[in-house]
Design a protein around this ligand. Structure first.
Ligand SMILES: [Zn+2]
Length: 398
């Protein structure tokens, strides 16, 4: 769209600047400062920039709080929130970004960090364009979250009043500008510790209680019951996965072939568009472990000790396509000359928590591809489309 006055070169320079700053999840101080410096360079006054104290509430070591920027409106209208996350996955540590034609790639030994430095650059480029061309827009707040990649913590533990009653949010954290994520699953995590009894596996295995056998029967039971992997039941659908199967921290389950394994620790998850169904999946695992516990005994009839716990991780959400936030996003994509595609995500996003905090949120893309892998790259034309989309979302009189 030629009518959108995006300075593509300036936007790409912001992006390269942010990609050069390391900031894996929990270690966002340097990238936070880099974003602040870039904001000041484009004319945002220091008084408009603030950090919260979310890092004091996040239950993991975190260097800094979420970064907020408040831009006064120059026309009336409800406040719009634009969000993105500052952190990258640990695989991005030491990334060396370089341009290859229309792409930005890493040197192939690390991931790149386009997830989510594209988002940081989109938000800065948005404000730069609004200020430079004095485009009419309602009040805007920018939110740059911390620890998205390690549990959506910045968005989860923020104080809703810091969102300043924003009517809706556009979260930049995806691939294509035309793909609008308007809903996502919720997740519940489960954890089981099985304590059996060690015995010499060659001399007297019948005196032992194998925690590995209890675990194996339980997982088989979950599988046979249709609760393992993709779950499709008449009253709900979802997924589950026992992701970590091991022993004491850093140890395998068992450490010698001649000893009956006395301890197994499994950590798993369940996801569903309905949190109640994610809970039901977890309860099916709980029942499977109880059944396996009853089945496995030593010669004297003793059973393993099984401690199963589960807890919600993040809530699901689903915005109707005709809700104001989704409708605005659809209109903006159409104004870009693209065909909007609305998507329901099978993974959690900061949007899950922003919706929970009362701000309907649509997640848009800005050119990040093959994220969380060493093949990660940024498609620059798609990044520019993401910037243009953000400008339209901010300025549409709709
Ligand atoms: Zn991301």
């Amino acid at each position: 769209m030629n009518s959108i006055p995006l300075d593509v070169q300036a936007a790409e320079e912001h992006l390269m600047r942010f990609l050069a700053v390391e900031g894996v999840t929990g270690e966002e101080a340097a990238i936070g400062q880099a974003v602040v410096e870039e904001l000041k360079k484009i004319g945002v006054p220091a008084s408009a920039i603030r950090f919260d104290t979310v890092h004091e509430r996040i239950p993991l070591p975190t260097q800094t709080g979420n970064l907020y920027v408040d831009i006064p409106g120059n026309r009336p209208g409800p406040r719009l929130l634009f969000s993105t996350h500052l952190d990258t996955v640990p695989l991005c540590a030491g990334a060396k970004a370089k341009r290859e034609g229309d792409k930005i790639v890493s040197d192939g030994t690390t991931a790149l960090g386009g997830d989510n430095r594209t988002g940081c650059a989109v938000l800065v480029s948005l404000v730069e364009t609004l200020l430079k061309h004095n485009l009419p827009h309602p009040p805007i707040t920018l939110l740059f979250t911390v620890r998205e990649e390690s549990g959506l913590h910045g968005a989860r533990e923020l104080k809703p009043e810091d969102l300043k009653d924003a009517a809706m949010c556009f979260n930049v954290d995806g691939k294509l500008a035309s793909e609008l994520i308007i809903g996502a699953v919720g997740q519940e995590n489960w954890d089981v510790e099985i304590t059996g009894k060690a015995a010499h596996a060659g001399v007297a295995p019948e005196k032992g209680i194998s925690a590995t056998l209890v675990a194996s029967i339980a997982l088989t039971e979950a599988h046979r019951g249709g609760w393992f992997g993709k779950v499709t039941k008449p009253h709900g659908k979802g997924t589950s996965n026992p992701g970590i199967f091991g022993g004491k921290p850093g140890k395998p389950a068992g450490d010698a072939t001649n000893v009956v394994t006395d301890y197994v620790h499994i950590v798993g998850e369940a996801r569903s568009p309905e949190l109640t169904f994610a809970t039901e999946i977890c309860q099916a695992y709980r029942a499977a472990f109880a059944k396996a516990q009853a089945e496995v005994t030593d010669a004297g009839g003793a059973k393993a000790d099984v401690k199963f716990t589960s807890k919600p991780s993040y809530p699901p959400f689903n915005l109707p396509a005709d809700s104001p936030a989704a409708a605005r996003a659809i209109k903006a994509v159409e104004s870009l000359g693209l065909k909007p595609i609305t998507i329901f995500s099978n993974g959690g996003l900061d949007a899950n928590w922003l919706v929970k905090h009362g701000v309907p949120t649509v997640t848009i893309g800005a050119g990040q591809y093959e994220i969380h892998t060493i093949k990660e790259y940024i498609d620059l034309p798609e990044f520019a489309q993401g910037c243009r989309l953000a400008i339209l979302l901010a300025t549409l009189d709709f």
